[in-house]
Design a protein. Structure first.
Length: 164
């Protein structure tokens, strides 16, 4: 069973009883653990706060922590292959980690909404959605994480893309 299939199986029976509960799904075959923090889970979708992927235990044979070039290549690949989110991603920067954001944030009045994916050299990554006020509104550049919704299938596809 693949990581995304295992996640789908776990989501089918998971119903958080209070806000911001986390479901950890380890996949021994691949060494990945996916963690989803959610408020609401129903038979079709999830209202998420974040999605995390991390390598658990030993790395597969022949792999090492990514250097900057490898990290940049992985981030560029993800920017083109992640399709389960509302907006396509673009690579913003690569330094100690790689940061991707929505290529064109959703705009509602002066409010901006965008995804951010942070990739780390150890292959771990974090996906969140943020709300910010557009700089033209005359306010400081403040942002805050917000919940976002995905279908179970969309979430499984996102995880498969991130782990791929």
């Amino acid at each position: 069973m693949t990581l995304d299939e295992l996640l789908l199986q776990n989501l089918a029976n998971w119903r958080p009883h209070s806000p911001r509960q986390t479901l950890d799904v380890p996949h021994a075959e691949s060494g990945w653990t996916v963690s989803v923090t959610a408020d609401i889970v129903d038979s079709v979708g999830v209202r998420l706060w974040d999605v995390r992927l991390a390598r658990s235990g030993r790395r597969p044979e022949g792999t090492a922590a990514a250097d900057t070039a490898t990290l940049a290549a992985r981030a560029s690949r993800l920017a083109t292959c992640v399709t389960g989110l509302l907006e396509p991603l673009r690579l913003v920067e690569v330094d100690q980690s790689a940061q991707l954001r929505s290529a064109k944030p959703a705009r509602r009045g002066d409010d901006l909404f965008y995804y951010e994916v942070v990739l780390n050299p150890d292959d771990s990554c974090l996906v969140r959605r943020y709300h910010a006020v557009h700089p033209s509104a005359g306010q400081g550049a403040k942002r805050e994480p917000v919940a976002f919704s995905l279908t179970h299938e969309g979430l499984a596809n996102l995880v498969a893309d991130l782990a791929g």
